[in-house]
Design a protein around this ligand. Structure first.
Ligand SMILES: Cc1ncc(C[n+]2csc(CCOP(=O)(O)OP(=O)(O)O)c2C)c(N)n1
Ligand code: SF4
Length: 279
């Protein structure tokens, strides 16, 4: 059984709490054990998830959660790999890895905690902050257009693209479970209020706007792209797009011809022979 740790450094009321609770419950519902999942994160408040949930995890550099996840995905196809990080870490510092690994379609679940702000470093604008948002370092307001992670994912080859909101845990659990069942890169952009530094996109603000997608054909990429462009008085949540295509590992069948690398016994006394091969 997955368990939450008692002590965290998150602010009371932070949207990371309901996300952690939902994630834990979903893991338990899916009958996953500690041996079945590894979580990769970067830096930020969201990225502290493996510190606050009892899980096998790897906490890397800011924006660099995906590369080690890719390594794990390649050497061990049996383990579920989850990348979890904030909007800054996922779409800003980690933007390049986000783009290129969706093209590769690795079998990875990516939960992006989207609070539209840099939480850990005390409230600078992030790539998803709204235009005109004022912060301590953007006192006259953000001038750039917010990045649209769903449209980027759709145009970069992600085979599962969804959005949810921590204020609707039932919906969030459904999206997490669908993402885990999907074979391929599964992005769930999770609206996660930062109660300390984002006073615009609050629980109330999101609650008044989120609306479940209905009459939507999730196999139609044009329809998904159009729905992903809706943001304002209405914010659609749900699965925007789902498709099946070969995953990265399918292109390298020789990886399956041998015992999986992670099961091999490593004998350090053999290292010398191996190193001399490269001399
Ligand atoms: C390359 C690099 N740039 C900047 C920083 C400083 N930094 C640490 S956390 C952070 C923001 C985190 O924001 P986000 O990823 O949105 O996560 P949140 O804290 O909101 O959950 C920044 C800018 C860093 N550690 N490394
Ligand atoms: S700063 Fe924001 S994101 Fe970070 S723990 Fe506090 S409320 Fe959560």
């Amino acid at each position: 059984m997955f368990k939450e740790r008692e002590i965290t450094s998150w602010c009371p009321g932070c949207g990371n709490f309901p996300l952690r609770k939902t994630l834990k419950e979903s893991f338990n519902k899916m009958n996953l054990s500690y041996k079945d999942v590894v979580m990769f994160t970067g830096i930020g408040q969201a990225a502290k998830m493996p510190h606050f949930l009892k899980i096998n995890g790897y906490n890397g550099l800011h924006g660099r959660a995906i590369p080690p996840a890719v390594g794990m995905r390649i050497v061990n196809p049996e383990i579920k790999v989850i990348v979890e990080s904030g909007d800054g870490c996922s779409y800003g510092e980690g933007g390049n890895h986000f783009l290129h690994n969706m093209r590769r379609n690795l079998d990875i679940v990516h939960l992006a905690h989207n609070n539209q702000i840099y939480g850990l470093t005390k409230g600078q604008a992030s790539p998803t902050s709204g235009t005109d948002m004022r912060t301590d370092v953007q006192p006259e307001g953000v001038t750039a257009q917010p990045l649209n992670p769903l449209r980027i994912a759709l145009s970069s080859g992600a085979t599962f693209v969804a959005r949810s909101f921590v204020g609707d845990r039932e919906h969030l659990a459904k999206m997490i479970e669908k993402a885990f069942k999907h074979r391929g890169y599964a992005l769930v952009d999770v609206l996660q209020p930062c109660v300390s530094f984002n006073k615009i996109n609050t629980y109330k603000w999101y609650s008044e706007r989120v609306k479940k997608l209905d009459n939507h054909d999730k196999n139609d990429i044009e329809a998904a792209f159009s729905k992903a462009g809706i943001w304002g008085d209405e914010i659609p949540i749900g699965v925007f797009y789902e498709d099946e295509r070969e995953i990265f590992r399918d292109h390298f069948p020789w990886l399956d011809n041998d015992e999986i690398i992670s099961n091999r016994e490593i004998d350090p006394s053999n290292m010398e022979d191996l190193l001399t091969e490269f001399q």
